[in-house]
Write a protein that binds this ligand. Sequence first.
Ligand SMILES: Nc1ncnc2c1ncn2[C@@H]1O[C@H](COP(=O)(O)OP(=O)(O)O)[C@@H](O)[C@H]1O
Ligand SMILES: O=P(O)(O)O[C@H]1O[C@H](CO)[C@@H](O[C@H]2O[C@H](CO)[C@@H](O)[C@H](O)[C@H]2O)[C@H](O)[C@H]1O
Length: 449
Amino acid sequence: MPETASTTRAPDALLPSLAPLLHEWLPRQRWFAGKGRRVTGFTLDAATELLPLDGTGPGLLHLLVRVEQPGRPAGTPADCYQLLLGVRTQLPPRLAPALIGRIRQGPLAGRAVYEGLRDPRLAGLLYERLRTPGRTGPLHFHATTALPPALAPRMLDAEQSNSSLVYGDSFILKIFRRVSPGANPDLELPLALAGAGCTRVPAPVAWFEGGAATLGVLQPYLRDSRDGWRLALDALADGRDFTAEARALGRATAEVHLALAEALPTRRLGRAETEQLAAAMDRRLHAAAQAVPALLPFVPGLRAVFEAASGTSGDGFVQRIHGDLHLGQTLRGSDGGWAVIDFEGEPAKPLDERRSPQPTVRDVAGMLRSFDYAARTHRPWNADWAARSRAAFCTGYAEASGADPRTDPALLRAYETDKAVYEVVYEARHRPDWLPVPMSAIQRLSAPQ
Ligand SMILES: Nc1ncnc2c1ncn2[C@@H]1O[C@H](COP(=O)(O)OP(=O)(O)O)[C@@H](O)[C@H]1O
Ligand SMILES: O=P(O)(O)O[C@H]1O[C@H](CO)[C@@H](O[C@H]2O[C@H](CO)[C@@H](O)[C@H](O)[C@H]2O)[C@H](O)[C@H]1O
């Protein structure tokens, strides 16, 4: 593989100039995971000039930056974020909304620093770099196939945990924002599924790594598809039944689970381990109630749900699963077929935990929560629509997998509760206006049956 010329700057040289700008900008980004905690400093793990900052044209600076914040558990490293910064002497008006700030000191004083992914020239360069496998400084680019040249990029404006670029309506590149050492499941699982012949998941065609972390993945863009969340909201708005779609989605989910079980190791669960699963839910509840005190009055009722599930085994197996399955992670093509995307797992969880084998019922519970979410965000609340969609999803899942997730209702309820607790924390941090949605589920699930 070719080694291309690159400049890897001594981190210390850049940081003093950039830190004041990042201090303002980073905490405001949707994908910034440390919201609500002060930023006390930065350190650079790596700084690579993908286009030189020599002032002859726009520069593209790739950074892996650690953000110091108080309250970090002892022994855990500060969160590391991936940034792609454009640097220009003059910022054209069309790029003004992407401005992060102007450097005030040092050799680059006066230059404009901006979100590089919003600059088609720089986003195009990143794609060209992916087309030619090899290294640039600490970054390692891979491609499984020959990719067409010069596809026009556009950045997606979806509210995301990461950032995505679409190239010529043919490929989508996900740039991971908070990165940890180790294979990202959003690369690992789609590659394994492609190897197992599963066509429900777009197969990665290129990716890049650095600092031992997966940094970005390029996949085919399903251009005529619509995501399940939009489709569900449209159905609700039109008063339409969604059971045929939900049932097909249940079948697709089961197919993905079967392929994952074929491609990657599975393990039988002992009784003691199923007790540990319930104990872990209890611990997560405790931590969540500390973070969001509105949960406190419901804690006894929620603990009872976990206790009822302790020691029940589901189908007795754990395997790799999606880990954060909801309607927004599904795409329905013009042929009516469902695809599943975004195998990263719950972004707030440590990578090791996200990569550990889990009962499949956890994904099923995630999707059941999503039908509830959709029905709750619609006015008036349509409880019957949610109940029918949830049942149809389970029916489809049972048809394709041979195992009905409703056979162990205590376990399903416990996973649904665990997910609702996660959602309370997620919404409190990212979308406080949405907090009533998971809180209504907390109320329902904590009530004695
Ligand atoms: N292969 C694809 N084809 C079409 N749209 C996609 C594809 N992958 C992702 N998307 C769209 O891109 C957006 C973000 O993708 P996602 O993987 O969920 O990112 P994140 O991890 O940041 O939440 C979603 O709106 C999704 O619908
Ligand atoms: O898609 P992401 O990986 O970024 O997942 C996170 O954000 C989701 C919201 O965008 C969040 O999902 C919750 O809201 C959805 C509606 O917007 C709903 O369909 C889901 O059921 C609900 O959990 C997800 O939890 C979070 O990890």
